[in-house]
Design a protein around this ligand. Structure first.
Ligand code: NAP
Length: 252
């Protein structure tokens, strides 16, 4: 990847985050409980998750292994963190989701594919080719240790919160209920909270611009959606606990 393309990619990540953050407070992405007509053709949700998430690990691995440093321990550790998340998200999560008849607008899938190509490529390139700080000494740098720890903590929160949603006892018609376990007692979207902690950890551990760009984009995407989820819960369930925050326990 030449440096001009890399720079353009960074503008897409950081610029995209700056644009979608305010926008998504007004226009909620139309999938899941916020699905509504008027967003064009739809595709099965499971298929949508696979095709929109898979470009990320594929692009990341392709550009990572095209570098000369792929067998260095720190880079391999970062590769393992990124890939563990995305192999799960693209190939396991979609088949564990409930609701085999759900659909997703093709438009949102296309937008996610574009983002994942840019994000996976930039992060794979930065870790496989750049980052002169990622030598063996980085393994004992506090940023790597704290970042990797945060990544694991965030992944645990994300997986556990998604599992609680998956195992909810729902009425026979499959409609939504108010979750009462784990961090769901404190926030509307603990799975998003965990996801953000994961990518905060990855950004600190990798200490590269694309990793911070990915973090910015994830916050810009998920914070407004957590607010939409909270508002939806309040409007749908009259007994929804008023003190439950949107995303960050006790804060927001
Ligand atoms: N990195 C990123 O930018 C990014 C972006 C999007 C998603 N993600 C991750 O992908 C995963 C799924 O995201 P999502 O937006 O689909 O999360 P979500 O809105 O919390 O939904 C997760 C699953 O649980 C079901 N569900 C949620 N609340 C429920 C309730 N109260 N009662 C019954 N079922 C409920 C949903 O069904 P419905 O689909 O029918 O609502 C869906 O199958 C999360 O782990 C998230 O962190 C990451």
């Amino acid at each position: 990847m030449d440096s001009e393309l890399y720079t353009i990619g960074l503008y897409v990540l950081f610029g995209g985050a700056a644009v979608i953050f305010p926008l998504l407070f007004f226009v909620t992405a139309p999938y899941g409980r916020h699905s509504r007509p008027g967003w064009g053709p739809v595709i099965p949700a499971r298929l949508g998750w696979v095709v929109m998430e898979l470009p990320s690990p594929l692009c990341f691995a392709w550009l990572y292994f095209s570098g000369d440093y792929w067998d260095e321990p720190v880079r391999l550790a970062l590769f393992a963190l990124f890939m563990s998340h995305y192999v799960y998200r693209s190939l396991i999560y979609p088949f564990r989701m409930r609701g085999s008849t759900k659909t997703k607008p093709f438009l949102t899938v296309m937008m996610a594919i574009l983002f994942n190509i840019v994000n996976g490529s930039l992060n794979g390139w930065a870790i496989g080719h750049l980052g002169t700080h990622l030598d063996a000494g980085w393994l004992v740098d506090p940023r790597f240790i704290i970042g990797a720890g945060l990544f694991i903590l965030g992944a645990w929160i994300n997986l556990r919160s998604d599992a609680i949603l998956r195992n909810l006892k729902r009425p026979p018609d499959g409609s939504y209920v108010v979750p009462q376990e784990g961090l769901h007692r404190h926030v509307a979207s603990p799975n998003y909270f965990g996801e953000i902690i994961e990518w905060l950890g990855f950004a600190i551990a990798a200490w590269t611009l694309p990793a911070f760009g990915f973090l910015a984009f994830t916050i810009a995407n998920l914070a407004p959606r957590a607010r939409s989820h909270q508002q939806w819960y309040r409007q749908t369930f009259l007994d929804y606990p008023r003190e439950r925050k949107a995303l960050i326990p006790k804060v927001w």
